[in-house]
Design a protein around this ligand. Structure first.
Ligand code: ADE
Ligand code: ZN
Length: 354
């Protein structure tokens, strides 16, 4: 490659296109699958631990980072729940949310649907008000502050009994928490969607939107249960649908959104490498897939990193990138007006921040 050092201008004709890496421009996207607790970066974990006088079981950032080698979902969840210990006050939850939105804005995120795990905080003695109000206080002005419209999803831990989830949902409704939807996360295998039929019926009656993790580590039949028994509108992950052609056909016909998280799937060993990821096959099948970061602080990247690695691995066409971005917007729980603004922006129109 020609040497650019010293500011010597190189005539355009001498550039070999194959030598020049032009990063793909960021597209405006909606992030639909994001756990706010999974955005806690190591530096913030240490800062909050110090502020709250909490002793961490790691003596340095490097020692903490060494633990980010996961063998499966549970090995990640163990660290994810342990690190939540540093979240004690509303200010802590607000600082975490602020940091995510700042980084997400730089990643091209223009609308974010943010999951939080209230039961994980209640189990540590943190009141519902502390975690909900801390996150919600930052979301309330996210559009003015970051150009990102947001909404909050209360996610329930599927490895706990349904009665616990029902009690927490009651608490959220009683405090009039600003939640738009419920989700279902944590250890999937052995905790099928059918375990939460009453929870989803209650949330639906309360006017909440419905999504659930299914088909991440669990079988395709969990996706079917989530649709048939919980009546979810969206599936988080859903990659294992590819094992059931009839299910793929159903998902395509009904345009059911699948919020796919490629780097998460690699780091949690749902797939061996990114090259083995089913995303290109899912697109080819006509599935309504979007690209999301899941727990970006743990999995090596935000939405822009997920896109960049997909583009590098699969040479995703501009058409497919735009399709993924459009899918994310169409699949969101945003108002029709906000969706129209974002689609207009995706099509080259001006950004609308307020
Ligand atoms: N909680 C946080 N991230 C999760 C994931 N990828 N799957 C299930 N539960 C989670
Ligand atoms: Zn997730």
């Amino acid at each position: 490659m020609d040497n650019f050092a010293g500011g010597t201008a190189v005539p355009e004709t001498e550039l070999d296109a194959a030598d020049v890496e032009v990063p793909a421009p960021l597209l405006p996207v909606a992030e639909l699958h994001l756990h706010i607790e999974g955005t806690l970066q190591p530096e913030l974990i240490f800062a909050l631990a110090e502020r709250n006088g909490i002793e961490l079981p790691y003596s340095s950032l490097d020692e903490l980072r060494e633990r980010y080698e996961f063998t499966d979902l549970q090995s990640f969840l163990d660290l994810y729940y342990a690190n939540m210990a540093v979240l004690q006050t509303e200010e802590d939850f607000a600082a975490m949310t602020h940091a995510y939105l700042e980084r997400a804005a730089a990643a091209g995120v223009r609308h974010a649907e943010i999951m939080m795990d209230p039961q994980a905080h209640l189990a540590r003695g943190i009141p519902l008000e502390t975690c909900v109000n801390g996150v919600a206080s930052v979301l309330a002005t996210s559009q003015e502050d970051f150009g990102i419209s947001t909404l909050l999803i209360a996610a329930f831990l599927r490895d706990l009994p349904e009665d616990s989830a029902l009690e927490v949902l009651d608490g959220l409704l009683a405090m009039d928490a600003p939640i738009a939807a419920i989700g279902l996360d944590s250890a999937e295998v052995g905790n099928p969607p059918s375990k939460f039929e009453r929870l989803y019926a209650k949330a639906r009656e309360a006017g909440l939107r419905l999504t659930a993790h299914a088909g991440e580590e669990g079988p395709a039949s969990y996706i079917i249960e989530a649709l048939d028994i919980l009546s979810v509108e969206r599936i988080d992950h859903g990659i294992r649908c590819m094992e059931d052609p009839d299910l793929v056909e159903r998902l395509v016909d009904a345009r059911i959104p699948l919020t796919v998280c490629p780097l998460s799937n690699v780091r949690l060993r749902a797939v061996d490498t990114l090259a083995d990821h089913p995303l290109p096959a899912m697109l080819a099948a006509g599935l309504n897939v979007s690209v999301n970061s899941d727990d970006p602080a743990y999995f090596g990247g935000y939405v822009d990193d997920n896109f960049a690695q997909l583009i590098a691995e699969f040479q995703l066409s501009d058409f497919d990138r735009a399709r993924l971005a459009a899918n994310s917007i169409h699949s969101s729980f945003a108002s029709e007006e906000r969706k129209a603004e974002l689609l207009n922006e995706l099509n080259g129109g001006e950004a609308t921040d307020s």
